[in-house]
Each structure stands twice: as structure tokens, then as C-alpha cells.
Ligand binder design. Structure first.
Ligand SMILES: [Zn+2]
Length: 277
């Protein structure tokens, strides 16, 4: 909604607006991941499982603590919506909002994906991002956002009056229900705000509205994570495809994504259960 102020600015408006900017959270004091060690370990990775996520669908996969996983673009530009749960307690799940508050609107190598309270601990660390060159573009957009929640049939119905059943929310719900042999009614409340992998988004400068533009991802690109706990993950190949025009629709070209679950080579000494830091 365009804003049309009805209140005249006070005399000291400039002074009030001119206060210094302070980062809400200084992440310098967080117990950061040991990126040097993770970089050494990732040189030894071997794939133990490959999962293909078909277009407009979701699949689940498990990643034991200490292993890695990669989300790969394989056939064309495609956005993926990622959910993470503690595999041993689904009530602990990815906390997109706090991850955004701690790190940034878009996350990359070295950032961590935090879990819901009362746990609030790292679930995964991003260890490699082939799109890290993108940075922030002239529209203020970045890649891999923790802003957008996930496309869902409820918002779609509010906006259009029509139903669409292959939104990421629905895909993730069905995938979790199938994985844990539960009904979709039981699974749906466990689905949560996502990491929008490969999605290119920002806020418009004039109205600060959430916008998307075509993802810069190309086949061969990947985003890689180190599991900081035993993870159950679900990934949806968004019906928006590269999310350059629309979503929640069968119109955009959509492509599969491939997930590689990877472990360190046996001589790296890192495949057993890992002690807590
Ligand atoms: Zn989606």
C-alpha cells in the first residue's frame, strides 16, 4: 500500500531520523563455526546418497550430524524451498526469522541456520556457495533469502480466489507426511518458513515491498551445508521455477534439483558421531 502520511513532520524530524544505525545483533560474539576445519573436511567429501527433487514436488532426506549436503542446480534455473528439522525431535526446526536477524536477509558461506527456541542453536553451517559472487545487485537483491516464507495455497487463494495445490508449502507437507507416515493434517503444522535456495530477492527501494527477479543459478551451481545435528530435511522445487515472473502456477518452466548427501572420506576421522562443541 503506498503511504500517504496524514501527520505533518515535527520540527526535529531530521534529528530524529539522523540517529546512528546500530546492528541489532553483533554476531562477532557467536561461537562461530570453524570454517578452516570445515574447508579441510569438505576437500575429502564423497557422496553417499543422491536425491532428485522433481519439478513442483518435494522430497525428504536425512543428514547425520557431521555429514554434508549439497543442493545442486542440474537442468535449468530453479529455486528450492528448504525445511530443516532435528531428526530426533521435529518440534525443533529451522528459525528463518532469527537466522535473518542474526546474519542477513540473504545467507552465504559461513552463515549458520539456527533452530527454534528454546534451543536456538546452529542446525547447519553453509560451507560453500557457488553464487557468492552475486553479492548485492543494483536493485539491492541478493541470493538465498530468509525473507520469503514459502509459496502457499492460502495466500494464493486470498490473492486470486483460485486454488493451486503444488505450492512449496503443500509439497513440503506431503513430503514430510510420507517420510514420517503421518497424515497431512499432522504434518502441515510442522512445515515452517524456509531458506529460499537460489532465489534472488530484495525489497523495492521506494515502497520496501518484497520483490523477486530471475535467479542467477545455472546448472553446476550448488549450495553446500555441514550438518550440526542429525537433520531431517525437505526440499521443494518451487512451481515458480527461476521465480523471474510468477509462482504458484503451472506456467513457469520448472526443473528438478539434485541433493547430494556427502560424508568425509574414512581417513578424515570425521564420520562417527561428533561431540558437541
Ligand atoms: Zn515456492
Amino acid at each position: 500500500m503506498p503511504r500517504h502520511p496524514t501527520t505533518s513532520a515535527p520540527r526535529d524530524a531530521d534529528e530524529r531520523r539522523g540517529k546512528p544505525v546500530v546492528a541489532v545483533y553483533s554476531v562477532d560474539t557467536l561461537p562461530n563455526a570453524d570454517m578452516e576445519q570445515l574447508e579441510r573436511l569438505r576437500q575429502t567429501l564423497e557422496t553417499v546418497q543422491e536425491i532428485i527433487v522433481p519439478p513442483r514436488a518435494a522430497r525428504t532426506f536425512q543428514v547425520p550430524k557431521g555429514q554434508f549436503f549439497r543442493i545442486n542446480s542440474i537442468e535449468g534455473a530453479q529455486v528450492g524451498d528448504l525445511n530443516l528439522w532435528n531428526a530426533n525431535d521435529l518440534s525443533e526446526r529451522f528459525f528463518s526469522g532469527k537466522t535473518r536477524a542474526l546474519h542477513a536477509t540473504h545467507i552465504t558461506t559461513g552463515d549458520q541456520l539456527w533452530s527454534t527456541m528454546p534451543h536456538l542453536r546452529p542446525m547447519a553451517t553453509i560451507t560453500h556457495d557457488t553464487l557468492d559472487w552475486y553479492g548485492w545487485d543494483e536493485d539491492g537483491a541478493g541470493v538465498h533469502d530468509v525473507i520469503g516464507t514459502r509459496c502457499d495455497p492460502y495466500t494464493h487463494r486470498r490473492l486470486t480466489g483460485t486454488d493451486y495445490h503444488f505450492c512449496c508449502h503443500s509439497n513440503l507437507t506431503r513430503a514430510l507426511a510420507s517420510e514420517r507416515n503421518m497424515s497431512t493434517t499432522e504434518a502441515e503444522p510442522l512445515v515452517h518458513d524456509v531458506l529460499n535456495v537460489f532465489m534472488c530477492t530484495g525489497f523495492t527501494r521506494d515502497t520496501h515491498q518484497y520483490f523477486m527477479k530471475a535467479s542467477p543459478v545455472r546448472p553446476g551451481d550448488y549450495l553446500e551445508f555441514h550438518a550440526e545435528m542429525d537433520l531431517l530435511c525437505a526440499l521443494s522445487a518451487c512451481p515458480g521455477g527461476d521465480c523471474g515472473a510468477t509462482h504458484s502456477s503451472d506456467v513457469p518452466a520448472c526443473h528438478p534439483l539434485r541433493v547430494d548427501v556427502m560424508r568425509c572420506a574414512p581417513n578424515s576421522g570425521r564420520n562417527g558421531p561428533q561431540p558437541d562443541r
